[in-house]
Design a protein around this ligand. Structure first.
Ligand code: 5GP
Length: 196
């Protein structure tokens, strides 16, 4: 269903988390394209190296650690987290929330569990959805098939999958990504239920 740019309902923050390998990236793209409520994807800032094909200002704002720290110290972030314990930082800029408001859509944040909980502290009405992989094995397969990460990185990400799954019940909704169309439709139904 194409979305309407005329959405005049209440502003919302939609937070989606899911472990690496849960199939999040595809789901995010589908939701942005198909949600009946316009979803404005917040572009996160990160200090991690850019992967092949990632464009600055599209996939992420790629910042040096110095830039990231100074912008954090100036209070420009809604939340920041060192996601994989590897020294790389990720964060949501407050200006991204403002951009979504100005575009008359919902701010759509794709952040890890630490980030999600910090967002909820600031915006208790934020809608949180946890995307679950159908199994750990499928998650691992998806991580490996990306072919861009070292074994050490893969192991660190798998460890985080376990930690994140343990916190899934704290989200408003949990959706299993067993079948792409089904999962997208389930999330769209949740969005529609909350739109006014
Ligand atoms: P990537 O695979 O792009 O290196 O890392 C993605 C991980 O970082 C995912 O778990 C994703 O949810 C998380 N992430 C991406 N952007 C942000 C952000 O702005 N804040 C937080 N807390 N986590 C983020």
């Amino acid at each position: 269903m194409p979305h309407s740019s005329q959405y005049e309902g209440k502003f919302q923050i939609l937070v989606l988390s899911g472990p690496s390998g849960s199939g999040k990236t595809t789901i995010v793209e589908r939701l942005v394209a198909e949600s009946p409520v316009p979803l404005i994807k917040a572009i996160s800032a990160t200090t991690r190296p850019r992967r092949k094909g990632e464009v600055d200002g599209v996939a992420y704002y790629f910042l040096t650690t110095e830039e990231f720290v100074s912008r954090r110290d100036r209070g420009e972030f809604l939340e920041t987290a060192e996601v994989f314990g590897a020294g790389y930082w990720y964060g949501t800029l407050k200006s991204e929330i403002q951009r979504a408001k100005e575009a008359k859509g919902w701010a759509f944040l794709e952040v890890d569990v630490q980030g999600a909980f910090k967002v909820v502290e600031h915006y208790p009405d934020a809608m949180t959805i946890f995307l679950k992989p159908p199994s750990i094995e499928i998650c691992e397969q998806r991580l490996r098939s990306r072919g861009t990460d070292s074994e050490e990185t893969i192991q660190r990400r798998l460890q985080k999958v376990h930690q994140e799954l343990a916190l899934a019940s704290r989200y408003c909704y949990q959706v299993v990504n067993d079948e792409l169309d089904r999962a997208v439709n389930e999330i769209i139904s949740i969005i529609v239920k909350h739109a006014n």
